[in-house]
Design a protein around this ligand. Sequence first.
Ligand code: 3PG
Length: 311
Amino acid sequence: RPPPVEAPDAKSEGTKRVKIGIYFATWWALNVVFNIYNKKVLNAYPYPWLTSTLSLACGSLMMLISWATGIAEPPKTDFGFWKTLFPVAVAHTIGHVAATVSMSKVAVSFTHIIKSGEPAFSVLVSRFLLGETFPAAVYLSLIPIIGGCALAAVTELNFNMTGFMGAMISNLAFVFRNIFSKRGMKGKSVSGMNYYACLSMLSLLILTPFAIAVEGPQMWTAGWEKAISQIGPQFIWWVAAQSVFYHLYNQVSYMSLDEISPLTFSIGNTMKRISVIVSSIIIFHTPVRPINALGAAIAILGTFLYSQAKQ
Ligand code: 3PG
């Protein structure tokens, strides 16, 4: 994720807290709705490359309309901006499609349990590729994160290798996205909302040819007819909902980045996963064994310890 652009400290601390609270609550709620519709769509229509593309297309269209009608002010960008955005967009595209492929194969809760291990990837990449070192407590916090994720994975009732690897690839890709966007946002005056809009558009351009190559219109049309015949016309609304909510939750998360530190952001992101894991288990009646839930709880606790250790 891009680094925060701290707002000038004119507002009182109290107002700022309320604002951040509203951002977080909105972000989590939008994310829960996205995850539910996304899974409902994937259950009836298992074409994650297309649904990932539609999410980006919908967000791009919403932002183009907002700019054209003056709802949002278009950003002033130059070639240099798009050049530094390119690696961020590649990583965002890979992370997004990999997470969606994962969710097409396993329970939403399982994908998010594995995704709660993202801090571990962040530390390992920073240590071994960038040569950054951390206090011992940070390394120690990786033990419950990795151990908890491993325990949850081996005891998962509906384990699937593609689902597992998709979530792991998504973790790795999002760590690179964060590193690249940290560099890309430096000294730029583009707001969080517009930064995410540009990211969606560039990711859409990157993803479309791959989606056509991997799945393609023939599969999409046949699958679409089947889904409509099974679900009825409301299936179109499910697709629309997953696309709109995907954009909205990401937009709000990038807007909140304008106000908070990356650390607060990562704590917020972990709490977001708890709400997604719990609500999706309830809604989809996901079978969970106690040992499996214990693994998830240890992994999430490890992420909190990691946040504390990094502070
Ligand atoms: C996606 O489809 O991009 C993933 O669901 C994103 O996951 P995250 O925003 O919860 O990391």
